[in-house]
Design a protein around this ligand. Structure first.
Ligand SMILES: Nc1ccn([C@@H]2O[C@H](COP(=O)(O)OP(=O)(O)OP(=O)(O)O)[C@@H](O)[C@H]2O)c(=O)n1
Ligand SMILES: C[C@](O)(CO)[C@H](O)COP(=O)(O)O
Length: 379
């Protein structure tokens, strides 16, 4: 049994990219660079935990990422990587992927190829063959031709057997361009897997435009909606979005009757055009009697991940006169986010009454409607 961690180095200053804040906190196609990068690893099969290395003066940002372990980085990239590795020392980690926060468009294919290569090697990394002619130059003038045969452009994630790369970094004196340099200095052989042009590193301001062009060319955006109703019966609590809320009645249904979670689950199935909750978990099947609805939501989330989609946001409205939802909304959002492995800030839970009109107004039951946006698509 292996335990694989991803270390995302995000402690640089991004001086070449410019801007008021470091490039990893800047926006790329409407979302922060760091969110693109973290979501790629949250969605990656075979990655068990994420360590993010932040600039020491930006450690306050860690609270925003409760699903990630954040540690403070150092002066040079290799110092930051070492801090990430040391945070994992003594854990069950057997393999580690080291990735630049500044490479937000890494594909699931690259991550998977590096992980697969690590089954037979202690080091693996994506690379692109150099295709342009290479010149030497000085003062704006070409001074010679550089043979390009056998030259590659290095990308991340650079993956390693954990103990080997920790020892290599501990023994390495000075700064290194990347972790492959550190690994090779310690005698670790590193195999190459195919890199991708779209896995570019945002280095200068113009790279943001290049990355947005890649996204524009390939991004698939899916919207889904879900609607559900459950009636009240005798009881003293309801379960809404996985949270028990004391009430004068309970909701009736084949499962735990979590109307909010059902609407969200159906929204995700809808966005994927993959049926609905009744199709995946038929009420006629006794094994789902009294089931915890987290099971259904997790299934929908896993289907989205398997299709290469990330859940960008979820917006749920619960329609009822009572119980009051407001005091429980944050806990509900946290629960949904935890089940789906996304940041709580991507989940909105709100409620409305129906002004005492209709079945919700007469307090005969609760209705729920959800919308979700998925981004990505098989990458
Ligand atoms: N002390 C450092 C330096 C770099 N990085 C991270 O290493 C990755 C690749 O480095 P680079 O592109 O050189 O980033 P910066 O150092 O931020 O850029 P610049 O050199 O332009 O300041 C980035 O995700 C960056 O945040 C880091 O964690 N700690
Ligand atoms: C690790 C790296 O991304 C490999 O290409 C790169 O070396 C880090 O960035 P820098 O611009 O060389 O600092």
């Amino acid at each position: 049994m292996t335990d694989t961690a991803a270390i995302i180095v995000a402690a640089g200053r991004g001086t070449r990219a410019g801007g008021d804040i470091a490039k990893q906190w800047q926006t790329l196609a409407g979302r922060r660079v760091i969110d693109w990068t973290l979501d790629a690893y949250r969605a990656a099969a075979g990655v068990d935990c994420i360590v993010m290395v932040l600039h020491p003066q930006e450690m306050h940002r860690a609270a925003e990422f409760p699903d990630v372990t954040s540690v403070a980085g150092g002066e040079a990239r290799s110092d930051s990587v070492r801090a990430g590795l040391e945070a994992l020392a003594g854990s069950n980690c057997t393999h580690v992927l080291i990735h630049d926060a500044a490479r937000p468009l890494v594909s699931q294919r690259i991550i998977s190829d590096v992980l697969t290569a690590l089954k037979d090697a202690d080091g693996a990394a994506p690379a692109l063959e150099v295709s342009d002619a290479l010149w030497r130059g000085a003062e704006g003038v070409v001074t010679g031709l550089q043979d390009r045969s056998g030259l590659y452009r290095a990308q991340t994630p650079q993956g390693f057997a954990f103990d080997a790369i920790l020892a290599a970094h501990s023994a390495f004196a000075g700064t290194a361009a990347d972790d492959v340099e550190v690994a090779r200095a310690a005698g670790i052989e590193v195999v190459m897997v195919p890199g991708e042009e779209r896995n570019l590193k945002l280095t200068r301001a113009s790279d943001f435009r290049r990355a947005e062009a890649f996204l524009g060319a390939s991004m698939d955006i899916r919207v889904g909606n879900g609607f559900d109703v459950h009636r009240f019966g005798n009881g003293d609590r309801v379960i809404l979005c996985g949270i028990e809320v004391p009430h004068t009645h309970e909701l009736k249904g084949h499962s735990d009757a979590d109307v909010g979670m059902h609407a969200i689950t159906d929204a995700i199935y809808g966005a994927l055009a993959m049926g609905d909750i009744g199709q995946h978990f038929p009420p006629s099947d006794n094994q789902w009697k009294g089931a915890d609805s987290a099971l259904f939501l997790r299934h929908a989330g896993e289907l989205a991940t398997a299709q290469g989609y990330a859940i960008s946001n979820i917006d749920l409205t619960l329609i009822c006169e009572r119980p009051k939802i407001g005091p429980h909304a944050a806990a509900m959002a946290q629960k949904i986010a935890q089940i789906l492995g996304i940041a709580p800030g991507r989940v909105s839970i709100k409620a409305t009454t129906s002004e005492r009109l209709g079945f919700t107004g007469r307090e005969e039951g609760i209705a729920a409607m959800a919308t979700t946006l998925l981004t990505g698509g098989a990458s």
